[in-house]
Design a protein around this ligand. Sequence first.
Ligand code: TYM
Length: 324
Amino acid sequence: SNRRISGFKPTGPLQLGNYVGAIRPTVEGQHAHPTIAFVADLHALTVPHDPERLRELSLQVAGLLVAAGLDPRRTLLYRQSDLPAHAELHYLLECVASYGEAHRMVQFKEKGGGSGTRLSLLTYPVLMAADILLHDIEEVPVGRDQRQHVELARDIAMRFNERYGPALTVPRAVHPPIAARLADLADPTAKMGKTNARSNGVLFLLDPPDVLRRKIMRAVTDGGTEVAYDPEHKPGVANLIDLISACTGGKPEQIAQHHETYGALKSTAVDAVLSIIEPMQQRYNQLTEDEIGQILADGAEQAQDRAAKTVHRVKEAMGLTTAR
Ligand code: TYM
């Protein structure tokens, strides 16, 4: 069945949006699909960062993936910078992608633009394409915000195959049916994100339970008092319902029907979130840095062969090697 990959950028501590949008779909799919997960530390260099903090966050992200149920015996888990083939394929694909394509990416328009913007922020989606194409991936489980990037990877693969012969598998994005874009609890128009500054609306996977409870009880709701699932007119309430639905598997309309007040809805949201996060935190606290480091090292070693084969195939097709 279809091969999958998912990546997580260690620019901040993981949050619930990462979980419902990508971690859980990856974990749930790992028995049916050959799966790879990796810590996208090279991507974290595209914005200002502290080296010590980056090292710490990379281990934390990997540890949380394991705590969330990713089974390293079944699923390859590694750190992007440990596998040089990512950077190598990135350069080769920079010679297939165009400036216009990179410049059109919504995330670049939102975050970049000034003359001090790191060049790597512009080429970020090309590195992401390399991550995916390196492993002959068919499906990429991601949140809605990454869809455009996966489509670029698709376009690059198709163009490459047309120009140089069929060397690359063409991937596509897959999204969870609910909460593909979990919103910030303090601002339901914004995506919940690990780098949202000062936000009380981001539920971090390592927040203590009382902090999670407080953030949820203070979530922005909407005018009126009636609990109804109406994402367009009641985005705050709909986001809470999505959150519950994503955590419990319940249907949004039924969740709405079962609650009379916003307060009751929030209490259910607290229970739903804690029932997922507390066991994850317990497992996380049992992992040591040595164990995580070992898992990452093993993963990088195992990922090497396939990656080297892809790079070789691409180089051959582009006229870079002598042997044919
Ligand atoms: P990142 O690190 O920002 O997020 C990791 C994953 O979590 C999803 N996500 C969300 N889903 C639903 N609601 C939200 N509020 C929410 N916030 C984040 C993201 O869509 C993503 O799936 N560029 C990627 C990392 C990456 C990657 C890759 C992913 C690099 N190479 C190759 C897949 C394949 C990123 O910044 O994700």
